[in-house]
Design a protein around this ligand. Structure first.
Ligand code: NDP
Ligand code: PYC
Length: 340
């Protein structure tokens, strides 16, 4: 295990992504996103995703040079066609306009289609709370989650992330999949030889299993909270496919596409300006703090998002932990993208 500075890890990833086919702008965005997830301890959406980014780029499943088309369609609505590129690049292209419109109108919806997302969604919402906005993002992905009581997969693991500014601390941010576990974490559990609890997934026959390999090998995940996770998964499919003009997770077929590892789906972001609410931003921020204190007083061990912030502070101080296996994986990607 070695500690690597954030900037040097991001630079190494950017070089790999450029050689795999990204423009400099897109490579920088994805590399920063990936290094940031690793920095924040989101292990299933950091370095672990690099082989997937590279194989999707090399197989021409995703266009790493795509220029997103931003369409200002209504006072409270922006449409972005990611042009078969990365959602992170599409959001970056529309972010400035989205902030302006949210501040002018009180609210804006950003509807992204034809996009690929393989990252931690917290990173998409946090910057908006840093400038005083409330942000809610949802994302659909590749088919792999069965509806409550069902036997076959329809939904993606479909994360949602929310960020709100606070008075006395960095923004409150939560970020979670609609499945009991993210698929990436199930793969990591499989690689580490761990077993799972029986509420995580089913095998290829639809039977509940505690073996992560059964889930990855033709099985599927379950929604968290039974039917309540299923209702959220449905909402996210509607907001990320029907609303934006994109694909439902079950329509995104990767298996027959060589190299495809990123879902070609959609994303919706809603920004709200708290100054347009009845209380204004400073009071809003104090009220968020009061709520966090109330849940801590009631016994919640920590505010959601705190683990991420602690991991981030430690990584920025000491460097990001990169294991021998992760260095080997990066060396393989160097080789596969033309460095010998
Ligand atoms: P987790 O279940 O690990 O965490 C969900 C939320 O609960 C986080 O905000 C977390 O905060 C908080 N939390 C966890 N444990 C506690 C606790 N004991 N007390 C208080 N709060 C707690 O997330 P998931 O496994 O569902 O998702 C993992 C990641 O996978 C996310 O970043 C998600 O965006 C990503 N993902 C991406 C997909 C894609 O298509 N790109 C698809 C699916 C998932 P904290 O972070 O501080 O632990
Ligand atoms: O971990 O479930 C997951 C996931 C799907 C797409 C990106 N991450």
């Amino acid at each position: 295990m070695a500690q690597v500075k954030f900037e040097s890890l991001a630079e190494r990833l950017q070089n790999i992504l450029e050689r795999a086919g990204c423009s400099t702008r897109v490579a920088r965005l994805i590399a920063t996103n990936c290094a940031s997830a690793e920095r924040d301890g989101a292990k299933s959406h950091g370095l672990f995703r690099m082989p997937g980014y590279v194989s999707s780029l090399v197989g021409n499943w995703v266009d790493g040079r795509a220029e997103p088309i931003v369409d200002d369609v209504a006072p409270g609505f922006i449409r972005i066609d990611a042009a078969n590129g990365f959602a992170v690049s599409a959001l970056d292209a529309g972010a400035k306009l989205a902030i302006e419109k949210a501040k002018r109108n009180g609210i804006v919806v950003v509807a992204i289609r034809n996009s690929h997302h393989l990252g931690a969604l917290s990173l998409d919402v946090e910057p908006f709370a840093d400038v005083g906005l409330v942000a809610l993002a949802v994302l659909n992905s590749m088919k792999g989650v069965v509806p409550y009581g069902g036997k076959s997969a329809v939904f993606g693991t479909n994360p949602m992330a929310f960020a709100a500014p606070r008075a006395s601390a960095p923004p409150f941010v939560f970020d979670q999949a609609v499945s009991t576990m993210a698929r990436g974490d199930v793969s990591i559990a499989m690689n580490e030889g761990r077993t799972l609890t029986s509420d995580v997934g089913v095998d290829k026959h639809g039977l509940q299993t505690t073996d992560p390999a059964d889930i990855i090998d033709g099985g599927a995940l379950l929604t968290f909270g039974g039917h309540k996770g299923t209702t959220l998964a449905l909402m996210i499919e509607i907001l990320c496919a029907a609303l934006v003009g994109g694909q439902f997770s079950y329509e995104c077929v990767l298996e027959t596409m060589p190299g495809a590892a990123t879902p070609r789906t959609g994303q919706t972001l809603i920004l709200i300006d708290p100054t347009a609410g009845s209380t204004g931003l400073p009071h809003f921020q104090i009220r968020v703090d009061e709520l966090m204190q109330a849940v801590i007083d009631a016994g919640l061990q920590r505010v959601p998002g705190d683990r991420r912030l602690i991991a981030r502070a430690r990584a920025m101080e000491d460097g990001i932990d990169v294991s021998r296996e992760e260095f080997d994986m990066l060396a393989l990607l160097d080789r596969d993208t033309g460095i010998h």
